[in-house]
Every structure is written in structure tokens, then in C-alpha cells.
Write a protein that binds this ligand. Sequence first.
Ligand SMILES: [Zn+2]
Length: 327
Amino acid sequence: MLKLIKNLSEAYGPSGREEEVRSLIQEELKGKNLEVFTDALGNLVAVKEGRGKKIMVAAHMDEVGLMVTHVDEEGFLRFANIGGLQPASILGRCFLLPGGVKATAGVEKPEDLKDLSFKKMYLDIGARDKGEALGQVGIGSVAVFEAAFTPVGGRYSGKAMDDRIGCALLLAAMEEVRTDNEIYFVFTVQEEVGLRGARTSAYRLNPDIGLAVDVTRSGDTPEAPRMAVSLGKGPTVKVKDNSIIAHPRVKERMMAVAEGEGIPYQPEVLERGGTDAGAIHITREGIPSGVMSIPCRYIHTAAEMVDAGDVEYGRRFLTALLEDSWS
Ligand SMILES: [Zn+2]
């Protein structure tokens, strides 16, 4: 699973350009004897047939990035953010653009560091002028962090743990699950820009229950905003975020399953942010939905950090959730 997480994490896949991640997952799906299809927006769906509950489980393939809006005469790229990035997180970082083009993020003046904003920043691809730059990138090209996946102590650090960890967990659970439930494993597009792929795929699949697997923030770093979630204390069962109040029946069932399996879990109240379940639960007449999250530090940076034990418990928890009778 480690190799899989590494490959997924290092792949290029900003919102709307998830092709590389999707083909990696398609490779993994080969020989699994599941019906697999890609829909009009690019969501990848693998179906395990059954006569029990219809469960849609979603993890998003996309990651945050910077879209080129303008190239100046000297060949520096200006950009807009795709998803929730902070200016301080990108300064001095390396970026990857389509075609293997590399970039570094710089800032105009040293004074600008005090009041950093994307307007005062640029991407430097080493071009000598506008013509040379435009020979390598176009307006609308998207840069993503370039960062190697690295184990750090008992933890994993890399870009796009959000949400390639979720993608890896879906693939792992798919291997193990033994159930008569009908399960739709959905690898969604465009979560970071408004849960867009989850919306259309939930409409098409119309499941009995929706589950999202994603990362969440933690409150366990120095002076962190208060949050009762820590790395290493197990996956979370979402209670609320800005996109959803988890359905009480789904949330309680999730907690009961974790307790029954002896899996540690943390109830999660996330004050900012949302996830695919936010779109799934308001599809059609409403779909009872919940979320399992993996606690993550430094979300939307080049070094997102998750705990190896949480990932392992997450794998067991997700498998048990998909095998549950939900009655
Ligand atoms: Zn996410």
C-alpha cells in the first residue's frame, strides 16, 4: 500500500486535470473483475455488484494548484489559486506544470512578506522572456506542488495526501471487502473547487448511503486552533463541517461499527472546509451520508502529514463499514 500511496501522492492532478491520477487507479483496477467506467466529468467508478445496501464511497482524485493567468514581458507567470491555498505555503516551493515544466514561487519585494498575497507573487520557470515562457506553458496551465513522498518517523509526508490517501484506502478496501452490499467505489474530480464530481456521480448512482473518505485537520500542533482531533488516535467519524451535518443514523452506525471492531476513532467537528459527502447528501431527495477522515497536518501544503497507524486503522474501518448490513 505504501508504494501505491507514494505513486498517487506524487502524480500530477489538479482539479479538472485528474487524468494522470485516474490512469494510475485504472491500472490498479485491472484484473479485479469489477465493472469500471468513467463518466462525462471524469469521475472513475468501480462497481461491486450485490443485493444488499447500495453504498457509494467517494474519494477525490484532484489536488490544489495554481493556474496561470498572465505571463509578463520578463517571462514570469502570474496565477490564480485552484482550491484553498495560502500564499505563505507556496513561497520558495517547487512546482510542476504539464509537460514536465518546473517552477519556483517567488515574491516581488521583501516587504511583501509581511502582507503576503498571490497578487505580489509569481512563478519562475527559468524563462528569459515572455516568448520563451509561452513556448512552455499556456494561459490556463496549472502548477501543482512538486514534493517527494517521504516516511517521517511513523508518519507519511507528501503533497496531495488530501486526498490520494482516500483513493488508496478505497483501493485497499476493494481488495478485502466480502459482502453482498452493492458498492460503488467513486474516484471523484473537482472536489477542491466545490465538490463537483461527487454531485454528478451521486445523481447517477442514486445510492442508499453515501460515504466520503478524506483527510481532516488536527488540533495537535503548537498553538493550533482548538480541535479535538490528533494524529495517531485513529480515523475520525465526521459530525459536522461546512458542507454537511452527518446523518445521525449513519454517524451512529459508523461509531458502532468502529466499537464492534475495536478500531479507535475520533468524533470530528471541522469548522472550515467540506468534503464530497457535502454534495452527495443533498442529491435528489437526499441521501443519508457520513464521512471517515484521516487526520492530517499542514493541509494544502507541499508536506501534508498523516499517521501510518491512522491509515492502517482507516483501511480496516472502511472495509468493516462497507461490509455492514446498515440495518
Ligand atoms: Zn480533500
